[in-house]
Design a protein around this ligand. Sequence first.
Ligand code: ADP
Length: 467
Amino acid sequence: MSAYKLLINGRLEDGDATMNVLNPATEDVLAVCPRASKAQLDKAVAAAKAAFPAWSKTPIAERKKALLAIAEVIEKNAGDLARLLTQEQGKPIADATMEIYGAAAFFKYFTMLDLPVKVLVDGNGQRVEAHRKPLGVIGTITPWNFPLILLAFKLPPALLAGNTVVVKPAPTTPLTTLRFGELIKDLLPPGVVNVIADANDLGGALTAHPDVRKISFTGSTETGKKVMASAAATLKRVTLELGGNDAGIVLDDVNPKETAPKLFQGAFQNNGQVCIALKRLYVHESIYDEMCNELAALAEQAIVGDGLQQGTQLGPLQNKMQYEKVKEILADARKHGKVIAGGEVPDGRGYFIKPTIVRDVKEGARVVDEEQFGPVLPVIKYKDTDEAVARANASPYGLGGSVWSKDKDRAYEVANRMNSGTVWVNKHADLAPNIPFGGSGQSGLGSELGEEGLAEFTQLQIINVAL
Ligand code: ADP
């Protein structure tokens, strides 16, 4: 038995099995969590399928009311949800609080959108209209770095468009999502939203399920490829938001002291466990030493600890697998570069790694070539801008990127030459619900957020009438 429940067909249920969820700051068992069986997944999909005809026909105004009610219930329970999020995910409580209120804001944003019928042709003997119809049952699959806000990228547009949903959080961070399911239980007709939890064993069944019409996935590129492969058999729609290896290019006119804190935030927010974290920093040789020193000073000052403790800036890595991976990348970085801050892995419990700055490092080191997804930033020296752009673009990923300069026009010109789905100037990792977000290359397929994100939860239907 668990204090947490699955939500299937409007009812809270135990899982057919249970699993332990750990607090990454202490490695203690935080909660016993329900674990759905394949039969329970099938039941959730069947409930969503049964709920679809009626939900898809409700007036959009009614669906907006439901989204607003969900936003309000999130806000009303923000304190408890944030605390739970910190305990299962590790992030500092201030960041968790921002994530919870951010999720509510994303639900509210989508209530401002509509899906009007567009008249494409009217005259010359015909009337042609473009309609946006719901798809049916949607599966959402979310990772462990931002469990609730990433669900809020997917669930509001899916529901607004008239779809029904089966939600599957990541196995190491299911609790906030399950609690969310409990809170919204009575705000929607039974089956419109179902929440299950798995031990990393139901993703394949959900993505292959014949009654699911679309998968909206956020996670690693490797898993994204599996999702796409298993969606192929039923030609499901997929939106994939995958890994990144975001480069930042710092031009020679930047003041290192002023800019270093912004770069540090871009790289170390959520302990670097952000798909759009700054993961490779290219700094012009004329300011390289100074920038390295500024970043190292910030890393040394950062307070690492349990996210529930006031003042903590960086929590633990979220799970043991990621912790082990970052330690390996760190060991490799020591061979290929010079660690000038951090690098220590404190003894004791919790998956902590001190924020680490590596200098005199370049391509060929794992920390530069791979997505480290942790608190280790390589600072790479370059000579001329063309070279920096070429090196930044020489990655299979293309999620985000940034250019930093006092001269906005000059930065804009460089930004325009970068390959990524988003490029920022003098900032990094800035997202908003009204701004579409998606990756190029192996960072993903399709867009989330904004009107484009909403459109991806619809089927375009043309009605072409002879007059
Ligand atoms: P990570 O970011 O740890 O690499 P993954 O990309 O593996 O995470 O996981 C992101 C989400 O994808 C999780 O909810 C996970 O359970 C789910 N998942 C894992 N394997 C599959 C699969 N074969 N098909 C669909 N989803 C999967």
